[in-house]
Write a protein that binds this ligand. Structure first.
Ligand code: ZN
Length: 677
């Protein structure tokens, strides 16, 4: 519930923060762009200051990055049960192909393979729709037959049976059409193609968990977080992801690497945290995962940090099972001054929040926030990655122990640098004055928005006693992101930020307000196919906020849609009133969450967040098509190469950035695939 996801290709400026409140133009000859295909652009990111870490820290990072890459296949299998055999087969075809590599058929095949690499499976990582291959079924069958059978994941089948099994999964649009189905009124489990449930209905799963949950338990485990739900002898059961359970070969290897990492831990607290994670992986016991989460969030002294496990549940239509992910990172000490100031003032923000005082937290606990430098991305965070994270997700742990919040600045920096000069602002921003404001202040206000969203937004407010944290069901994720975004938007315009030295201009927030309204009402639609609804939680949240503010500000003409040269533009007439509207909506969303008002939550989502105006949509797509901007971006990782002494101790780790997309995917498949051997 807590990732600010997959940044919108916002603005265009390449700015870097040199202190809390100053942004300066940077020049940079790093080669950010790696590959471009379908709706995707692949970038690379820098890891500044890695060279200046201690040898111990570098060695720690090295083993944690190895553990990260090792878990990648887990996510592939969670996303769909045919994903790994399909990937393995297509990779075999790719490396063994000896025909014409310039032929249209091979090019189409290569594009499809690049798409499924990017999505960790056969469904689009964002829209959840199955990809449509542009190569023929005959090509596929012919190529499979050309591969030595021992190099195929036949699993006891004959080659012809194997082809017959995979072909409809790849080619028939009706088979496994959607990874996560959120359509109101359908059985969300049986109509979703993910592999988190097998052979069970939504009603069976809900009844199963309802029987397990004790409403009086004040410290409940995160039910279903690390399991696949299936049936055995007619009864609903959970297959646990653990050593000796599901994904054992990958998890055992992760445990070995984590164990190596403990040798280089920065301090005892960090060593204990890693050991607790190992214990959890060995047993699958979710109460140990809670213990681990508490140790993890309390370790604020270590510079190196990481996530490794089953974390975010967007891939589960019921929001229970965690997708496997790992991000290894270290603190950006200088930029963290900014988030330190915010978290030091957390109580002030909570006390002044424009919500019903009954829903405020009397005492904000342990909000720790930092700016980090990502060293590796894997699983659910690779190649498409979040720009901010706030964990853990367990409500009672957040209430009793607080949470840890990060802004990943080397990723936002790479997005910004790569989008320099792409013509977006010229096409979509109403006037030069707004463009100037954006080029001056959007990088800092975007980062502050992420800081406030993650560090304070998700952690703010409280549920009334007895309210089920899952009461908002399928709309919970959208409404939670809405709440965190509104909190950030409301405070971005507060004079307090200037007083705290976080911004040097009381007008700076307007850059982010403009971008937010533009994105929520218009430009994010370029990610939606004509005729389709908005489905992804973060996109729904942004649309909900922008459309609600537009609609409810109409009487005062707060935000206008104006036409210029036959094109539609957003024009904001009254920024102060817009801020008031954000505050008012925050108050209502907080009420919905605090009271668990499912009906109101559903109504507001259905009214503002889902349906797309087809005329405006077509216009946005048309204008975008001239810019050739990829709607989605993701990253390749750097390579870490350790140097050992005679006793096998690491004496240095070198970083390099020269690996391209296809070589990285093939190397990971070759060297880090414990589940396909
Ligand atoms: Zn969030």
């Amino acid at each position: 519930m807590a990732i600010l996801n997959k940044l919108i290709p916002s603005a265009i400026i390449a700015l870097s923060i040199t202190s809390c409140n100053m942004a300066t133009q940077q020049t940079d000859d790093f080669d950010y762009t790696v590959d471009r295909f379908a709706d995707i652009e692949v970038l690379r990111y820098k890891v500044p200051e890695f060279e200046n870490l201690s040898v111990n820290q570098k060695a720690l990072i090295y083993y944690l990055t190895e553990a990260a890459i090792t878990g990648r296949d887990i996510l592939w299998d969670q996303n769909g049960k045919y994903n790994l055999p399909i990937r393995q087969t297509l990779e075999q075809i790719y490396v063994n192909f000896d025909g014409d590599k310039e032929s249209a058929e091979f090019k189409a095949f290569e594009k499809y393979l690049k798409q499924i690499w990017f999505a960790n499976g056969i469904h689009h990582h964002y829209s959840m729709d199955k990809f449509t291959p542009e190569f023929s079924q005959e090509f596929f069958a012919t190529q499979v037959k050309a591969i030595a059978p021992e190099n195929l994941p036949l699993n006891g089948k004959l080659v012809d049976e194997f082809i017959a099994e995979l072909s409809p999964v790849i080619f028939d649009p009706a088979v496994m059409a959607k990874r996560v189905n959120q359509a109101e009124g359908e059985d969300l489990i049986t109509t979703s193609a993910n592999n988190l449930y097998d052979g069970v209905t939504q009603a069976e799963v809900e009844a199963y968990y309802a029987a397990l949950k004790n409403p009086n338990d004040t410290t409940p485990i995160s039910f279903g977080l690390n399991t696949q739900v299936t049936k055995k002898d007619g009864k609903v059961v959970e297959n646990v992801y653990k050593v000796g359970g599901l994904y054992s070969d990958a998890i055992s290897r992760i445990v070995e690497l984590l164990d190596k990492a403990t040798e280089y831990a920065e301090n005892d607290a960090q060593r204990n945290t890693i050991n607790k994670l190992i214990e959890y992986y060995q047993t699958g016991d979710l109460s140990l995962f809670d213990e681990y989460s508490i140790l993890w969030l309390q370790d604020t002294a270590s510079q190196v940090d990481f996530i490794n496990g089953f974390i975010e549940s967007y891939g589960d239509p019921l929001g229970m099972t965690g997708a496997w992910e790992s991000i290894v990172n270290f603190k950006n000490v200088q930029a963290s001054n900014r988030t330190q100031i915010i978290s030091d003032n957390a109580q002030w923000f909570e006390d002044n929040s424009p919500i019903d005082p009954r829903f405020r937290k009397e005492e904000v606990k342990g909000v720790s926030a930092k700016v980090i430098t990502a060293a590796i991305l894997s699983g659910d965070a690779y190649p498409a990655t979040p720009i901010g994270i706030n964990l853990p997700n367990s409500n009672w742990i957040r209430a009793n122990y607080g949470s840890k919040s990060v802004t990943i600045e080397n990723i936002t920096q790479a997005y910004d640098a790569a989008s320099q000069g792409n013509g977006f602002n010229e096409e979509f921003v109403y006037d030069q004055e707004t463009r100037d404001l954006m080029s001056k202040y959007l990088f800092i206000t975007d980062n502050l928005h992420t800081d406030l969203h993650e560090c304070l937004g998700h952690g703010s407010g409280k549920l009334l006693p007895g309210v089920d944290p899952d009461a908002l069901k399928a709309h919970g994720a959208t409404l939670e992101e809405t709440r965190a975004d509104l909190f950030a938007l409301y405070y971005l315009a507060d004079p307090k930020l200037v007083e705290l030295g976080l911004l040097d201009n009381p007008e700076a927030y307007k850059a982010e307000y403009y971008k937010y309204m533009l994105n929520g009402m218009m430009t994010q639609l370029m990610r939606i196919e004509p005729g389709k609804d908005v489905e992804e939680a973060h996109m729904r949240n942004r649309k909900l906020i922008a459309e609600w503010a537009y609609e409810n500000g109409k009487a005062d003409n707060v935000v206008e849609l104006v036409e210029k040269d036959g094109k539609t533009f957003i024009k904001i007439n009254d920024y102060d009133k817009l801020r008031e509207l954000f505050g008012k909506l925050l108050s209502e969303i907080q009420r919905i969450k605090s009271e668990g008002d499912y009906e109101a939550g559903r109504n507001i989502v259905e009214k503002y967040a889902v349906k797309v105006d087809p005329k405006l949509h077509a216009e946005v797509l048309e204008r975008y098509s001239h810019l050739d901007i990829a709607p989605y971006k993701g990253f390749v990782n750097p390579i870490y190469t350790p140097e050992f002494d005679a006793d096998g101790k690491i004496v240095d780790v070198k970083i390099s950035y020269d690996e391209d997309y296809i070589p990285q995917m093939l190397r990971y498949a070759r060297d880090y695939s414990p589940l396909t051997k």
